[in-house]
Design a binder for this molecule. Structure first.
Ligand code: NDP
Length: 282
């Protein structure tokens, strides 16, 4: 009888890395589907990022995720970029293809896959709080998915303007910026609201975005990127107002599903991954 003791290799390069639960979630999916692949969570300093990518290439890794602080810096070490990663200027998932490691961005794609369980964003008006990395990824994917209008609500005008300009110049969506200090009132025509800021994240778990909660209308879809805790203040406020809600776990899980699909071509069971995360985080 012959054996194969050579597992496929995937993993993550980030710093810090110890609190990132992705390894547990991804390896649960590998086990569930009988895939002989490992996911190795690596702490990599910015100075060693090039060495890490060269090492992955030398060892024949199938692909890797990269997170803070490497999402932009990794690009110079890769061999090409996917379409939305090129527009965002950020990569969180490298995939080995014939041309070498190609950089993709699954942040926004994971969000979109989660959103699509309740609605199609095509021709819709979206209110999005935030203009950082997560907002950039979500804004670009919403635009590519055919959203009609994105109203960006952000504290810093400079960052907000940068994202609105990017979306208006590189995609077909109509993007506009609101930086008022008054609590934002959601217009009646908005069908989706997204919190893509870090407000509400542990330890500031009672943090609230600058929103007039009384303007949340029933039927509005309210999504939060915050995963810790998943039942963020926004999700609780939106439920109390009769909105449909999507928590940040759906986005993380779907990023995992999309990453594994890129690496292996296999559609893994999202429920297995969500259960693993919930057991760890709740
Ligand atoms: P960035 O630092 O790039 O951006 C942070 C955003 O939050 C900016 O728009 C910033 O506004 C805003 N913000 C932060 N604090 C405040 C505050 N006190 N008042 C007003 N605005 C504030 O972070 P990322 O975009 O990378 O990440 C944002 C969140 O998304 C994080 O919590 C992260 O964990 C989460 N995330 C979740 C993912 C998931 O799969 N669920 C995936 C990726 C990220 P300003 O421009 O004015 O500074």
């Amino acid at each position: 009888m012959t054996h194969n003791f050579l597992s496929g290799l995937t993993g993550s390069f980030a710093m810090p890395a110890a609190e990132n639960p992705t390894v547990a979630m991804v390896e649960a999916a590998y086990r569930h589907h009988g895939l002989d692949i490992r996911y190795i969570n690596c702490e990599v300093t910015p100075e060693r990022l090039g060495d890490a990518v060269r090492g992955a290439r030398a060892m024949g890794w199938i692909g890797f995720n990269c997170s803070i602080p490497h999402k932009v810096a990794v690009i110079e070490h890769l061999d090409g970029l996917g379409e939305s990663a090129a527009v965002m200027g950020a990569v969180n998932c490298a995939v080995r293809r014939a041309d070498g490691f190609i950089g993709e961005n699954t942040d926004g794609k994971g969000f979109l896959q989660s959103l699509r369980t309740v609605t199609d964003p095509r021709d819709k008006t979206v209110v999005m709080f935030g203009a950082g990395g997560a907002a950039r990824a979500i804004g670009v994917e919403l635009a590519f998915a055919g959203a009609k209008r994105i109203i960006i609500v952000n504290r810093s005008a400079e960052r907000g303007r940068g994202l609105a300009d990017l979306l208006n110049s590189r995609t077909a969506v109509q993007a506009e910026l609101v930086t008022d200090s008054a609590p934002y009132r959601v217009p009646a025509e908005a069908e989706i609201l997204v919190n893509a800021t870090s407000i509400g994240l542990y330890p500031d778990i009672e943090g609230r975005i600058n929103l007039d909660v009384s303007s949340l209308h029933p039927g509005l879809i309210v999504a939060d990127v915050i995963t810790n805790p998943p039942r963020s203040p926004l999700i609780r406020d939106a439920e109390a107002r009769g909105c449909r809600t999507l928590d940040g776990l759906g986005m993380v899980v779907n990023q995992g599903v999309i990453g594994i699909k890129y690496w292996t071509g296999i559609d893994v069971d999202a429920a297995v991954m969500r259960r693993t995360l919930q057991d760890l985080l709740l």
